[in-house]
Design a protein around this ligand. Structure first.
Ligand code: RB5
Length: 150
């Protein structure tokens, strides 16, 4: 089996932490797809969230990781895409519940509010926690419903 490809992207606010998390993912054996940004020069977070969210939405990859200052802007963009469930997680407990109950397939980290150690703990929890399934399946399916689709 080839290693799982996992995209990761950030704006300038998340750049330094993204590089550390990308190295961590590579050390775990993932095929890391670093979608930028490539420096601390000011950038626009949507430019990085759209390509990653598209990959997840189209099923090209199973999951991905985004970082910006608060995590909010990246999550707004990613959650506009069908089948994307992007969770901002600021503790391992939030990441665990985002997987167990919400089947979150994009992890969004608030880079300006986390230490490297905290971010690594959140990432590892998100990577290693399965979806609980069961009663959460119909709830997750209802996420995609809109007024128009009912
Ligand atoms: C950049 O200053 C900041 O606005 C961005 O990283 C993010 O927090 C937006 O939601």
């Amino acid at each position: 089996m080839p290693p799982e490809r996992i995209p990761i992207a950030s704006d300038h606010a998340g750049f330094e932490l993204k590089e550390k998390l990308a190295a961590h993912l590579a050390s775990l054996g993932f095929d890391v797809e670093n979608l930028g940004t490539s420096s601390v020069a000011s950038t626009d977070y949507p430019d990085y969230a759209h390509p990653l969210a598209k990959e997840v939405s189209h099923g090209d990859v199973e999951r991905g990781v985004l970082l910006c200052g608060t995590g909010l802007g990246m999550s707004y963009v990613a959650n506009r895409y069908p089948h994307v469930r992007a969770a901002v997680a600021w503790t391992p407990e939030v990441a665990e519940m985002a997987r167990r109950h919400n089947d979150a397939n994009v992890l969004v980290l608030p880079a300006r509010l986390l230490t490297e150690e905290a971010a690594l703990a959140i990432l590892d929890t998100w990577l290693n926690t399965p979806f609980d399934g069961g009663r959460h399946v119909p709830r997750v399916e209802k996420i995609e419903r809109t007024e128009d689709s009912e």
